[in-house]
Write a protein that binds this ligand. Structure first.
Ligand code: SF4
Ligand code: SF4
Length: 382
């Protein structure tokens, strides 16, 4: 295992962290974790040097935290730093902070959470928590030893990210980052911004939810085939993240023992600067080849936003484009139907035309929104 730096802390995280959000399940039911297999997977990773385990309140329909608590018995708790997250969306009053932390400590069978994150901060969740006094509350939780360090995970635009980074002396943050999403959410600029301010940066979605390991479309497959060093698609994606010195560690949500074994091999040979300039150029060309498959030439400039009817135009185009790039229909439909609020979906468009006047790419936004909605609103299983 390779170890890295973690912001200002005198502690070295393993390059690979275990994310307990995509554990193996039974009967297709995410609340039924295949505990014998998942236990072997997590303990195999820890035995190989993984020292960071990440879970959260909602993972596996609230079964991940209690499961992780059980896995870390038999001496395993002492071998890792444990991260979990305050369920920001459930916090309605200040008393809810303690209420949820106490339940989490019990579920995890521990006296302390090493790394406690405010989960999924965005432009609405953050002001709510801030105004309810989350920072003062966290100081007390740290003083009492129930939390060791405070951080946040993030899903919103770069400007919101910077505002949150600047609002507190955070120890760490967790952002989505992979070679296809360098300008999405916090992105490359946010990563550098946080790291330069001394925050450790934990990377999630290094494989873009598995999209980057799906069978590659021909133009991408041709590029990988021409590489001087042959790697699996997963290894390329992981090494690209580890290559960046500003990344502290990456989390991988592993679903099979084979994922654990392969990721451990990747992590053991990982390092800053491992990829040669030619290899970085190849990854860049792969990224461009994926993008060339996008039917909608949206650059995510957001000049069309805000839509007066609330339509999340670039986000919807990104989901539709992802279907064409990665062939992962189910993921895109799930994001659209489960994670996008109905007020932001494409069928809210009243065809006022304002967005089309603003779009520098001259995209026929109204027509494309209809296409996107009729595809994405279908059942995720279809
Ligand atoms: S045309 Fe539709 S998507 Fe565009 S600004 Fe008007 S309501 Fe919003
Ligand atoms: S203005 Fe056009 S290119 Fe920019 S985000 Fe909107 S649709 Fe995409």
């Amino acid at each position: 295992m390779q170890y890295r730096t973690f912001g200002k802390l005198d502690w070295e995280p393993s390059a690979l962290g275990f994310g307990a959000m995509r554990l193996p399940i039974l009967d297709g039911d995410s609340s039924k974790i295949d505990e014998p297999l998942a236990t072997r997977m997590i303990r195999t990773a820890i035995d190989a040097g993984v020292n960071y385990v990440d879970t959260a309140w909602p993972y596996h329909q609230q079964q991940s935290e209690p499961f992780v608590g059980r896995v870390l018995q038999d001496g395993y708790r002492d071998k890792v730093k444990l991260a979990t997250k305050l369920p920001s969306w459930l916090i309605k009053e200040a008393a809810d902070f303690d209420k949820h932390l106490n339940i989490q400590l019990e579920r995890l069978q521990t006296d302390t959470i090493d790394f406690y994150l405010l989960h999924g901060l965005n432009k609405t969740a953050w002001p709510n928590l801030r105004d309810l006094g989350v920072l003062a509350w966290a100081e007390k939780a740290i003083a009492s030893g129930r939390i060791q360090y405070l951080g946040f995970s993030f899903h919103d635009d770069l400007s919101v990210f910077k505002e949150i980074v600047d609002a507190n002396d955070w120890t760490f943050c967790q952002i989505m980052y992979n070679y296809m999403d360098t300008h999405f959410q916090a992105g490359e600029e946010g990563l550098a911004y946080a790291a330069n301010k001394g925050l450790a940066v934990v990377v999630m979605e290094p494989l873009r939810g598995g999209s980057l390991t799906r069978p590659a479309p021909q133009p991408v497959a041709d590029l990988w085939a021409g590489a001087s060093t042959q790697r699996s698609q997963a290894d390329w994606a992981l090494q690209w993240v580890w290559n960046n010195p500003k990344v502290s560690l990456l989390l991988s949500g592993m679903t099979e023992m084979q994922h654990v074994e392969e990721n451990l091999v990747s992590a053991s040979k990982s390092g800053v600067g491992l990829l040669s300039p030619d290899e970085l150029d190849l990854v860049d060309r792969v990224s461009k080849a994926y993008r060339s498959l996008s039917p909608i030439p949206c650059t995510d400039c957001k000049y069309c936003m805000p839509c007066p009817s609330g339509v999340a135009i670039p986000r919807i185009f990104s989901l539709y484009n992802a279907v064409q790039m990665y062939g992962d229909d189910a993921n895109a439909k799930r994001s659209y139907n489960l994670f996008m609020s109905p007020e932001n979906r494409a069928d809210q468009c009243v065809e006022c035309g304002q967005c089309e006047e603003a779009c520098p790419q001259q995209i026929k936004i109204i027509e494309w929104l209809k296409t996107c909605h009729s595809f994405l609103a279908e059942s995720a299983s279809s």
